[in-house]
Design a protein around this ligand. Structure first.
Ligand SMILES: [Zn+2]
Ligand SMILES: [Zn+2]
Length: 336
């Protein structure tokens, strides 16, 4: 069958008419399959949600018990049938519980990557390439200029700064789901075993990662009450971007502003945020990873979604692979 008859972009998101379900819909729908817990992909208010157990847990933590009508957890590697459409969940290597979703009917298979990366990540299962007719890829960093450095080297920059400036508080901005836990895990792998102080907004997700066997070491609340003159000099404090922006970070003793994001590759963005020490740590593919993944999977066709779509479409065409942008709206490429 023609891939468009199996799955197509509708205003609420990618829609499979035969199976009557949406993937990562941006508005409430009857039946939603969710790739991962980031808020632009996993929204509250759907009738039925199918996702990995971890993604369902993360949605419950973020939105509360009533985040959907009913939910069904799907194991990575598991296949199930929805109204004649075979659906599978495969590891995406993006954040804990993240999955690519494959959809197959009448001999045609489409894989929706959600968000993904190819680098090793101590906090989640690694990406597995799945053979398919159509590969739908994100393109957050879909320009040849994007090259993400080795995350271990970036982590060492933070540890070096800590030794060089032991009198300063090292305040790190990192997204609450995935990035914060990965930065902590990378610090532990690099041999940093001091307590790490976290903003209250990270507590439940960090607790959840720990409950799933991801060792983040000793975490303490970064509570800074007016009557409490606790000194954070020489420590690492991690907070979400919102807290980082609202001057929360400047309440600490002589803070050094650090931010962990793929966007830190762009000097201008780091400057705008007042970041002194940018750490280029991304949970998305860079250009080389995107193109290598497409080469490896060798799909008949590539559909490109949220990010810099045109360059990747052009690259595919130059390789003789049919490609087109999907122009899906509602996904936030800042939230990396
Ligand atoms: Zn994401
Ligand atoms: Zn995304």
């Amino acid at each position: 069958m023609k891939p468009d008859a199996l799955l197509y972009p509708a205003p609420k998101g990618l829609y499979c008419q035969i199976g009557d379900f949406f993937i990562d819909p941006v508005q409430p729908v009857e039946r939603a399959l969710i790739t991962h817990g980031h808020s632009d992909h996993a929204r509250a208010g759907h009738g039925q949600v199918l996702a990995t157990r971890e993604t369902l847990d993360i949605m419950r933590i973020r939105y509360g018990d009533g985040f959907c009508g009913t939910s069904q957890s799907v194991e990575l590697g598991e296949r199930l049938t929805l109204d004649g459409v075979e659906v599978g969940f495969h590891p995406a290597g993006h954040v804990l519980g993240s999955a690519q979703i494959s959809v197959r009917a009448n001999g045609t298979r489409i894989v929706i990557s959600g968000d993904y990366k190819r680098r090793r990540d101590p906090t989640c299962a690694g990406f597995e390439p799945v053979a398919c007719d159509v590969f739908i890829t994100e393109a957050t960093f879909g320009l040849p200029v994007f090259h993400h450095p080795d995350d271990r080297a970036e982590t060492r920059k933070l540890l070096t700064s800590l030794t060089q400036f032991p009198e300063r508080t090292h305040v790190v901005g990192a997204y609450a789901l995935g990035k914060a836990q990965r930065v902590i895990a990378l610090l532990r792998e690099a041999g940093y075993h001091q307590p790490i102080f976290i903003h209250g907004a990270l507590q439940r997700l960090c607790d959840y990662y720990q409950s799933q066997g991801i060792d983040l070491g000793e975490l303490r609340p970064a509570t800074l009450a007016a009557d409490d003159k606790q000194d954070f000099r020489g420590t690492i404090v991690i907070g979400p971007p919102a807290a980082f922006a609202d001057r929360w970070s400047r309440r600490f003793a002589d803070p050094i502003a650090i931010f962990a994001s793929g966007w830190m590759l762009i000097r201008q963005r780091a400057k705008q945020r007042g970041v002194e020490l940018p750490l280029v740590i991304s949970d998305h593919c860079d250009w080389a990873e995107l193109t290598q993944t497409i080469t490896e999977i060798a799909p008949g066709e590539v559909w490109v979604t949220h990010g810099r779509e045109e360059a990747l479409v052009r690259w595919c065409e130059l390789q003789g692979i049919a490609a087109r942008p999907l122009h899906l709206v509602g996904y936030d490429d800042e939230g990396e």
